[in-house]
Design a protein around this ligand. Structure first.
Ligand code: KG4
Ligand code: ZN
Length: 357
């Protein structure tokens, strides 16, 4: 294998993920333990439960990753680990275990910012030079930023309240989509996308365009969540619905929400592209948009962003779906990019700490 060999560890939310990337950027192995099904049953992520599961699986996930690549920890050049942002209890498990490994095997430690890793992982699969615009949409975040270099990001805008994935997850729960067997094992966003694809009359539900009169690049999703839930209550009353039953118009309501979220995302991204053009922040002929984060898996959203980019003469990229959602590969890849650039390598393990948001 070509050196360096970077071992990535991700535990910021509800996925325990590890991966090894070599010096050419090849993925040698990966292992991912998702807690999704347990949190679905609990109706959301309980931090203590997430931490327990990370603790239970971290060693197994590390071992599994080494075994799949036929390597031992001695072969590894450096450890790359998510330290922020995320759930503090979850982050702590990855950091503590990585510190233990770094001490035991005398390895350098590369702290990783989870959102930067989301923003950079596309470079593992596509040739995307700096600078580029990125839209990161997940269960915890929604932001537009210019990626100027490996460790240089210019934030253009972010959500003023909740994240789109969070809204999908909450609405999906209230719509009781989990009671439909074919959606029972899906994330909220996936279930809403699947149900929306069966819509017959999505326009029968009216939803607003958030921040329509603002010219900045910020987002807001709480209004869409509230309006969707009001439509739901109205329909539940109309049909006298109780218990586990779904409203008959569930697919139309999912489609209306998905369309409204998409409209908002496209609207703000258009604003960001215009801003980059006006201020010449990205060279005229080299416009590129990279979309990532769990919500980027959504094909309806990506299709509409692609239409926008075609109109604005921007190229558009997104990583494979399994690299859009949380994973250890993006952490290892970010570690490699930092190693190559010689940035942020930590030798004093006592100086490390975790940051929540
Ligand atoms: O990036 P991610 O794995 O974790 C966070 O850092 O939040 O994103 C998870 C989020 C969840 O809210 C999930 O509902 C959403 O991504 N998601 C989707 C789709 N697949 C996952 N949202 C919309 N459409 C999808 N196909
Ligand atoms: Zn994420």
């Amino acid at each position: 294998h070509s050196k360096p060999l970077i071992f990535g560890i991700e535990t910021s939310c509800d996925d325990t993920g590890c991966a090894i990337v070599d010096g050419r950027g090849n993925l040698l192995s990966e292992s991912l333990h998702c807690q999704n099904l347990i949190h679905l049953r609990n109706g959301g992520i309980i931090p203590d439960v997430a931490q327990d599961l990370h603790r239970r699986y971290i060693e197994l996930t590390v071992e599994d990753t080494l075994k799949k690549a036929n390597l031992s920890m001695d072969d590894i050049t450096a450890l790359a680990v998510t330290l922020q942002p995320g759930l503090p209890l979850s982050l702590a498990v990855g950091m503590k275990y990585a510190k233990h490994l770094a001490r035991k095997f005398n390895k350098p430690f590369i702290p990783i910012h989870h959102m930067e890793a989301h923003a950079l992982v596309s470079r593992m699969q596509h040739n995307i030079p700096f600078p580029y615009l990125t839209l990161l949409i997940s269960g915890g975040h929604c932001l537009l930023a210019i990626v100027q270099d490996i460790n240089q990001f210019k934030l253009l805008g972010e959500s003023l309240d909740s994240a789109p994935g969070e809204v999908f997850d909450k609405v999906s729960r209230r719509l009781k989509l989990r009671n439909v067997p074919e959606y029972s094992k899906m994330s909220g966003g996936q279930a809403i996308e699947a149900s929306a694809s069966k819509a017959s009359d999505p326009h029968c539900f009216k939803l607003p365009l958030p921040l329509a009169n603002y010219k900045d690049c910020n987002f807001s999703f709480n209004g869409l969540k509230t309006s969707t839930l009001l439509h739901l209550h109205r329909k539940e009353k109309e049909h006298n619905i109780e218990g586990d039953e779904l409203i008959p118009e569930v697919s139309d309501l999912c489609a209306a929400l998905l369309m409204a979220v998409t409209r908002h995302l496209v609207h703000r991204t258009q604003r960001a592209i215009e801003f980059c053009k006006q201020r010449k922040l990205i060279p005229e002929t080299e416009g590129r948009l990279v979309v990532s984060g769990g919500v980027a898996c959504n094909n309806f959203i990506f299709k509409n962003l692609t239409i926008l980019c075609n109109e604005m003469e921007y190229d558009i990229f997104r990583p494979d779906p399994k690299l859009c959602t949380d994973n250890g590969v993006m952490i290892a890849w970010n570690g490699l990019e930092k190693w190559r650039g010689g940035v942020d390598i930590v030798t004093d393990l006592n100086s490390l700490d975790i940051k929540a948001v």
